[in-house]
Design a protein around this ligand. Structure first.
Ligand code: C2E
Ligand code: MG
Ligand code: MG
Length: 268
């Protein structure tokens, strides 16, 4: 009996239980982080990032609860909430004439492989009347590794609906280049671990250049995430990376702050 481990286990169980009620208690919120064209720093879209405001614990970062909701299956209702809320927000922004042209949503493997996933996406697009071209789903490389036939089918059907697909955290998994060629995806998101030490670290610089030219050879776009400095941005501009996202531009913002920011930007 290890008291520390016991305490951890109890805490985990408590979190799990609290997460079951997170939706009905209105404790979930989406933050949005803008994505920019590298060349002229024009905003291209935003990525929705989930936040959990826990009654006692305060704000809990997704790294601390996404794994729990994935394990327990709570990712299914919570993921549905995210998709619907993000598309609702997008529809509202468009009605208000805000220049936000694309919304990216993170989808976990379990959610993607759920039988009702395609129907859910279709339903939410119809409900909110957003243009499917303006919806981008961010998938992890792990989705591309197992269940290849199912993955290809789901991707193909989503693509036929007009939805865009990005591979998140690219370079950290083991996706086969052969499949990458076959899968209907639009964008690779270079993982922030490669961007962090640019341009000084020559290995990371070489990996980044390689991912960018490989993406271009396959006809895909590239987004670099975790851009924090001007030097990193310059390097990415020189290497023809299309888009950038990171604290250098903005931290993820609550919807109200995003609206304020976009309004200010367009009035200048
Ligand atoms: P991700 O999708 O790769 O998102 C990027 C993460 O990097 C975000 O962390 C973002 O806040 C952070 N970030 C952005 N710019 C910078 C930067 O310049 N420097 C640094 N150090 N970090 C930066 P966050 O919001 O904590 O999310 C972590 C992960 O949780 C996400 O990684 C994603 O995998 C997952 N996640 C977030 N929201 C959802 C969701 O709604 N559904 C699912 N399935 N997963 C989600
Ligand atoms: Mg993402
Ligand atoms: Mg990522």
């Amino acid at each position: 009996f290890d008291e520390h481990m016991n305490k951890k286990a109890v805490e985990l169980l408590e979190m799990e239980n609290d997460l079951r009620y997170a939706i009905e208690r209105n404790e979930l919120e989406l933050y949005y982080q803008p994505q920019y064209a590298a060349a002229d720093c024009r905003m291209q879209g935003v990525e929705a990032l989930l936040r959990w405001h826990h009654g006692d614990k305060g704000m809990v970062a997704p790294g601390n609860f996404i794994p729990i909701i994935e394990d327990t299956g709570l990712i299914i209702p919570i993921g549905e909430w995210v998709l619907r809320q993000a598309c609702k927000d997008m529809a509202k922004w468009q009605k208000a004439g805000l220049a936000i042209d694309r919304i990216a949503i993170n989808v976990s493997a379990r959610q993607f492989k759920q039988p009702g996933f395609i129907n859910l996406v279709q339903e939410v697009i119809e409900e909110t009347a957003i243009d499917p071209n303006q919806l981008e789903l961010e998938l992890t490389e792990s989705i591309l590794i197992d269940d290849l036939e199912l993955t290809l089918e789901v991707l193909t059907r989503l693509r036929a609906m007009g939805v865009r697909m990005a591979i998140d955290d690219f370079g950290t998994g083991y996706s086969s280049l052969n499949y990458l060629k076959q899968f209907p995806v639009d964008t690779l998101k270079i993982d922030q671990s490669f961007i962090r030490n640019l341009p000084m670290n020559s290995d990371d610089a070489q990996i980044t250049r390689t991912i960018i030219s490989m993406a271009h050879n396959l006809g895909l776009g590239v987004i670099a995430e975790g851009v924090e400095t001007e030097e990193q941005l310059k390097f990415l501009q020189q290497t023809q990376c299309e888009e950038v996202q990171g604290f250098f531009f903005n931290k993820p913002l609550p919807a109200s702050r995003l609206i304020e920011y976009v309004k200010n930007k367009t009035s200048h």
